[in-house]
Write a protein that binds this ligand. Structure first.
Ligand SMILES: [Zn+2]
Ligand SMILES: [Zn+2]
Length: 271
């Protein structure tokens, strides 16, 4: 007894005739290309019995993994300013906080990534009804499940169009997730003096004070740095910057001891 009758059916050519076969059977009759279906301007040999080269197999895996890894941070970023994001709650109350446009952006990024992960999983369970989904149906968990166990399923899929569609969408969604988390981790420093204290050279080669403003950044490795918005080479660990601030400040200020996480999008520092 097999479950192949329940499987989604694909059109394949068998002995010159077109037939509609369940996933497992269709795969046996799928003609795989000599070259990877992506990056045709820079051709690479496809793995045997696959539409993809080894590098693209790894790329699919790491892209789903990127979504999985960043999902908790996206959820946190989405919830972080939830209080201020409700236009209904603040309108007409005289409240000074306008609804932040940031959440819309994060929820849009998450919505599109969720749609991709879910449609990929949805097709997978139609193709292979024997597959058991993880108990947790969260997007991060499902993306991780795809990255761990189902990259080969995609790379060898009987429908090359399905793989092309997933692959092209995946590139954009993984990139969105990476960039959004990176930006959401930009800190805004709460401080009286946000001037860059480093020197720079003017047009005539003279040393002059830098006119930049500094902003705090949480790097992906968890370290905090303070970086100038004019010259990205003007940066230092946040601790060191705060010590310098304390020395310059006549009285210790509570404000400069605090890093305020603001999920600010105004500077991305993508370099
Ligand atoms: Zn490739
Ligand atoms: Zn500077």
């Amino acid at each position: 007894m097999t479950t192949t009758d329940l499987e989604y059916k694909y059109r394949v050519t068998v002995a010159g005739a077109t037939r509609l076969l369940p996933f497992t059977e269709a795969k046996k009759h799928t003609a795989y290309p000599a070259l990877c279906i992506f990056h045709q301007d820079d051709p690479a040999r496809a793995e045997k019995g696959s539409h993809l080269c080894a590098a693209c197999v790894e790329w699919v895996r790491t892209s789903f993994d990127d979504i999985a890894q960043r999902w908790p941070d996206l959820e946190e970023a989405l919830g972080a300013n939830g209080g201020a994001s409700s236009a209904e709650r603040v309108s007409g109350t005289g409240d000074l906080y306008p609804p932040l446009p940031i959440n819309t952006n994060i929820s849009e990024v998450m919505g599109k990534a969720r749609a991709l992960v879910w449609s990929t999983v949805g097709q997978l369970i139609q193709d292979r009804p024997d597959q058991r989904l993880p108990r947790d149906h969260g997007t991060g968990v499902l993306a991780d499940w795809l990255a761990r166990w189902h990259v080969d399923y995609l790379a060898t899929h009987p429908s090359v169009d399905h793989l092309l569609a997933v692959g092209n969408e995946l590139a954009a969604r993984a990139e969105d997730c990476r960039r959004t988390v990176y930006r959401a981790n930009t800190y805004e420093l709460e401080m009286r003096d946000s001037h860059c204290h480093q020197a720079t050279e003017d047009a005539t080669g003279q040393r002059v004070p830098c006119r930049g403003q500094v902003v705090g950044i949480l790097k992906p490795d968890g370290s905090k740095v303070v970086q100038c918005d004019v010259d990205p080479l003007h940066f230092m660990p946040a601790d060191q910057w705060f010590q310098g601030q304390a020395r310059r400040s006549p009285r210790p200020s509570r404000a400069i001891n605090t890093l305020k996480k603001k999920y600010a999008f105004k500077r991305s520092h993508d370099a």
